[in-house]
Design a protein around this ligand. Structure first.
Ligand code: NAD
Length: 398
């Protein structure tokens, strides 16, 4: 994900540092072998600890039918720079299980997670890798991990009833919403109640991003899931849609707006576009048609590098994923700290830490981008790569 030539125009990076940042420290490919209803299943699974110079490998577990080692590696690398950017003492990790969760019930998923823990038990029990939710996983899976390790700080994103953190579930969406609000206040000459936002993906991240934005008076005019979307230029009732999405899943046959496709959503005439679904949705095929002047990358890697160049030429401000979706890992740090210390945390404290770290780093990135006339992505990466290379020097790695 790093373009070293580009970054060297902003910060010094030694050849030794480049070598260490170009390869992951550890990659594990394994199979989860399990019998369900007397039928045998083999699920491909991966764990990558990309760089742990600043702390234990931290990153979510993805459950999706198209999980690959390459994708897990990429997501793990992003975590290195996300944790560094917001000054969380973790390194970058990620894991994934290639599975279509719609075909299994929660008890089957529980067995699968137990087997996952079995394979990675050493790393989970020694705090070498600390998982959290990602696409397709949530508090239930994290609770099963905790149930196996019995170590509160071995996993974050647990349900509140078993040592989870008030505010962790909505943390990534909260962080994306705060990033959107700061961007609106900094870049748009309009009151918040006139700002129109479109959100792609209405899972954990997208729904909570919409929830906070609408609570703060902004108009969330379009949302979508993987099947379809809904659009109303006057704004959508996000709280009702969250209840609906949880129960019925898809936005069809709703009388509160026009049905639109995911492709339509990305090119709507809105002030802020929040891709909050999955990777590579903004590509060379649609970048030219994007009309929103601000993009908040709530998903990991929603913009391809080629599309990024087109957006830059169009002067669209892209606030990169390593800041926009860092709310989750910030809250994970608070939960990890709570688990280790036995302290209790109020939801307002969780939100305060997320808001403080995101606003502070948004300002640093904005100042650097504007002073050096570089993209917000390059500014964010330069700041975080510098922190990682300094840590490698301090630990004598380079
Ligand atoms: P989720 O599984 O809860 O929800 C994903 C949503 O996106 C669903 O509404 C799904 O229908 C939709 N979707 C999936 N594929 C799509 C496609 N091709 N087109 C349109 N919509 C599609 O997942 P999530 O946890 O909300 O994660 C979303 C993104 O945010 C991912 O990129 C993930 O890596 C990233 N992220 C999540 C967290 C977290 O705490 N959950 C933290 C950081 C980053």
């Amino acid at each position: 994900m790093l373009n070293f030539d580009q970054l060297r125009k902003i910060i010094p990076i030694s050849a030794k540092a480049q070598t260490l940042l170009s390869i992951p420290e550890k990659e594990i490919s394994f199979q989860i072998r399990i019998h369900i209803d007397k039928k045998m299943f083999n699920f491909d699974a991966y764990a990558v600890y990309y760089n742990t110079v600043r702390g234990p490998a931290k990153g979510g577990i993805r459950f999706a039918p198209n999980v690959t080692l390459e994708e897990t590696r990429d997501l793990s690398e992003r975590m290195v720079y996300k944790t560094a950017l917001v000054d969380i003492p973790f390194g970058g990790g990620k894991s994934g299980i290639r599975i279509d969760t719609s075909k299994f019930d929660r008890f089957d998923i529980g067995y699968i997670v137990k087997e996952y823990v079995n394979v990675l038990s050493r790393d989970l029990n020694t705090n070498t890798y600390i998982p959290a939710p990602d696409m397709g996983s949530g508090p239930l899976e994290m609770m099963v991990i905790y149930g196996e390790t019995h170590i509160p700080e071995s996993v974050t994103g647990k349900p509140i009833s078993v040592g989870g953190l008030p505010g962790r579930n909505e943390a990534t969406g909260r962080g994306a919403a705060i990033t959107a609000k700061e961007s609106a206040l900094s870049f748009l000459d309009k009151p918040l109640n006139e700002i129109k936002v479109a959100v792609q993906g209405f899972g954990n991240v997208g729904s909570f991003a919409g929830y906070f934005l609408s609570d703060w008076g902004m108009k969330v005019v379009a949302v979508s899931d993987f099947k379809s979307g809904i659009f109303n230029p006057e704004g959508l009732p996000i709280h009702d849609l969250m209840k609906y999405a949880r129960k019925d899943g898809v936005f069809t046959n709703l009388n509160i707006g026009e049905t639109i496709t995911n492709a339509d959503l990305l090119t709507l005439d809105v002030d802020i576009l929040i891709p909050a679904a999955c990777e590579n949705v903004i590509t060379v095929d649609n970048a030219d048609d994007i009309r929103a002047p601000i993009i908040i990358e709530a998903a990991n890697g929603p913009t391809t590098p080629e599309a990024d160049k087109i957006l830059q030429k169009k002067n669209i401000k892209v606030i990169p994923d390593i800041l926009s979706n860092s709310g989750g890992v910030i809250a994970s740090y608070v939960e990890w700290h709570q688990g280790k210390s036995g302290s209790l945390t109020e939801v307002s404290e969780t939100y305060a830490v997320i808001d403080k770290l995101i606003v502070r780093n948004f300002k640093l990135i904005k100042d650097m981008a504007e002073n050096l006339n570089i993209s917000y992505r390059d500014a964010a990466l330069a700041i975080s790569v510098k922190k990682v290379t300094t840590a490698m020097e301090d630990r004598g790695w380079i």
